[in-house]
Each structure stands twice: as C-alpha cells, then as structure tokens.
Design a binder for this molecule. Structure first.
Ligand SMILES: C[S@@+](CC[C@H](N)C(=O)[O-])C[C@H]1O[C@@H](n2cnc3c(N)ncnc32)[C@H](O)[C@@H]1O
Length: 237
C-alpha cells in the first residue's frame, strides 16, 4: 500500500487495532513512506514563514515522529534542536535522521520541560489529542518556552461541504468513532476535532497571544481562501 516500501494493508489494519503508541511503534520503520509523514512542501512553507521571525535559539518538535518537523527547526534554529514523542519506534527513526538532536520519550499530555526553548512546532499530531486533552498539551508547551518564545504549526482550513475531501474526512472520523466504541485500546485520530477557532481559544487559555498567517505557497481553495494557515502562538515576553 502507498508505495512498495510502505506498509501493506494487513500491517495497517494491525496498527489501527493497536493503541496510538503501539501502532506507531509498528509503523515506524515504514512511516516515511506513507502519506502520514508531513510532506516536505508543508515543512518548507512553514520554515519560510518562520524565517523572518527568527533566527531562533533552541527548537522543540512536539510529537516529532520520525523527525520530519526537525527539518523545519534545523532551517530556522541556531541552537540544539529537540524532539519529543511517546513512540520509541518513531524516536529510533528520528535518531537515525537527526543524530545530533536531543530526543525525549514522553507523553505530550504531561510535558515536563522547563522554559528552555525559543521555538516549538508540531506537525500532523493534533488529531491524536481529544479536545479535552489539548489544554494540558498547550500548557506544557507554554511552560517549555522561554518568555517571548513561539509555538507554531500549520492548520488546514475546513474543506467546503461540496468537496470530496469534506466527505472523506467525515467518513474517516465516523469509522474511527465506531472502531473506538467497539474495540480496546482506543486509537485516537480524528480529522475534524481541531478547528482553528477551538484551537485558538485553547492556546489563549494556556496564556499565548495568537495570530495566524496564510501559507500561500500551499495553494488556495476555489473560493480564494488559503488551504493552510500557520498558527503563531507567542508566549508573552
Ligand atoms: C502522524 S505522526 C506525525 C509525526 C511527525 N510530526 C510528522 O509530521 O511526520 C503523529 C505522532 O504523534 C505521536 N503522538 C501521538 N500522541 C502522542 C502523545 N500523547 N504523546 C507523545 N506523542 C504522541 C505519535 O507517536 C506519532 O509519532
């Protein structure tokens, strides 16, 4: 499935019936050959939008997986970069890709970093958090940043109800809800639980000043709206 180097349908099914942590442990060696790894275009557009706001000192990739977002951090940070994830399999891959980085195994719902980073990013992971879990994650990232530090991540605009994507995401989330109602352990991954408005409110509650900029390099929808915006959540200086 996906490519000859990617996981087979059977492997994906086994992973989907596991917990999030175990599922990613199993997927890790083939993760970079799946569409779940954030594409380089998104990473580069994020780096381009962050560059004028930097340079930054130390950077942290939250839910780093195999280390895709650390490519963005490396482009804009002058200090040592770090990644945090709870899957030891994903961290092992990240360690190969970024041997000089600090890699920490932890659950991002309970981060214990002090104020040591100037920039934090996250890619492709918010859907793994229930809305009720976001405040604790954002509070942990807030604590991890120095005063004046920035938490940045791209977020897709809602697809129009007339689009195939709208119905595909709705269908995916419905299947996951059924799966999680009948099977343990749960695999939390929902596409429609982190709209910009709710995420913005949770960031503000955690103490961030929040703005967004369009990532125009990633295209516009037929109605002219940007497909992606970059959320810029600043910890007050
Ligand atoms: C879709 S992958 C994204 C990986 C990478 N950021 C990227 O964009 O390619 C999601 C990652 O989030 C991690 N993750 C999910 N929930 C987590 C949690 N509560 N604590 C730590 N890591 C978590 C998973 O282990 C996985 O590596």
């Amino acid at each position: 499935m996906f490519s000859s180097q990617g996981p087979s349908l059977r492997e994906l099914a086994v992973q989907a019936l596991s917990s999030v942590e175990r599922g990613y442990d199993l997927l890790a060696p083939k993760f970079d050959h799946t569409p779940f790894r954030t594409p380089d275009g998104v990473l580069d557009a994020t780096a381009d939008a962050l560059r004028p706001l930097g340079p930054f000192g130390r950077g942290l990739d939250v839910c780093c997986g195999t280390g895709a977002g650390m490519r963005t951090l490396a482009a804009v940070c002058q200090g040592r970069i770090a990644g945090v994830d709870f899957s030891s399999g994903m961290l092992a891959q990240a360690r190969e890709a970024h041997p000089d980085a600090e890699l920490v195994r932890a659950d991002v719902r309970d981060l214990s970093f002090g104020a040591e980073f100037d920039l934090a990013v996250t890619f492709g992971a918010l859907g793994h958090l229930l809305p009720s879990e976001r405040p604790a994650v954002f509070a942990g990232v807030h604590r991890a940043l120095r005063p004046g530090g920035l938490f940045a991540f791209p977020i897709g605009g809602p697809p129009p109800v007339t689009s195939v994507l709208y119905w595909a995401l709705l269908g995916f989330d419905a299947v996951m809800r059924v799966r999680n109602a009948v099977w343990r352990p749960p695999f939390v991954m929902y596409y429609r639980t982190c709209p910009l408005g709710a995420v913005r409110d949770d960031l503000a509650t955690a103490g961030f000043d929040v703005t967004t900029v369009p990532l125009t390099a990633l295209g516009r929808r037929p109605d002219g709206a940007p497909r992606f915006r970059l959320v810029l959540a600043r910890k007050p200086a």
